[in-house]
Write a protein that binds this ligand. Structure first.
Ligand code: GRF
Length: 204
């Protein structure tokens, strides 16, 4: 049986789309996108999931009332769905150690810089690209890494460099990093980890 993947989202979901397209094109042969979890009921990513026929679950942190209740609800949805691994694709909530330790080397995140540059608490979305431009780096990129209790601190799985160009704004740089790195790297990493987990299950 394929590795069952849950994708966690909060917004537009272009990385989710790249994963759905890669699966449809046969580029994630050991994995199956089985569930999309959003903390935001208005995330366009949910529409992308619906169009691809993937079940979506909305779990709002505000409605849960506490981090513990939020994570408890996420955990039950994952267990119900028989999920083996999680991909954070633009998920704007921090997960506590209590949650991440239940999924060792089974949660992937994509971060839009070359870790350890421009990462950790406060570095998300456009802020990462603003910081890179402010520092004047000539090369940036994206990193896929495992998630542990340290924000952006888990083992690195894959990285791709992207050139900064004269006249870049945070928006143009964000777009180039997505096109040239994130949308390629994340499906590749999804397959790599899916295959590893698939083989581990087969070996048991
Ligand atoms: C991406 O830049 C990703 O690296 C970051 O959040 C953004 C999500 O974009 N973690 P999208 O929702 O996948 O379009």
């Amino acid at each position: 049986m394929k590795t069952r993947i849950a994708i966690f989202v909060s917004g537009g979901g272009t990385n989710l789309q790249a994963l759905l397209d890669a699966e449809a094109a046969g580029r994630i042969p050991h994995g199956e996108i089985a569930l999309v979890v959003s903390n935001n009921p208005n995330a366009y990513a949910l529409e992308r999931a619906r169009l691809a026929g993937v079940p979506g679950a909305v779990i709002s942190k505000k409605e849960c009332g506490s981090q513990a209740a939020f994570e408890c609800q996420i955990q039950s949805v994952l267990e119900l769905g028989g999920i083996d691994m999680i991909i954070l694709a633009g998920f704007m909530c921090i997960l506590s150690e209590n949650f991440t330790k239940k999924w060792p080397n089974r949660i992937l995140n994509i971060h839009p810089s070359l870790i350890p540059a421009f990462c950790g608490e406060g570095f998300y979305g456009l802020k990462v690209h603003e910081a890179a431009l402010e520092r004047g780096v000539k090369i940036t990129g994206a990193t896929v890494h495992f998630v542990n209790e340290i924000p952006d601190g888990g083992p690195i799985i894959a990285q791709q460099a992207v050139a900064v160009e004269t006249g870049d704004t945070p928006e143009t740089l964000q777009r180039r990093v997505m096109e040239q790195a994130e949308w390629i790297l994340l499906p590749q990493a999804a397959e790599m980890v899916s295959q590893k987990l698939y083989e581990e299950r087969k070996g048991k």
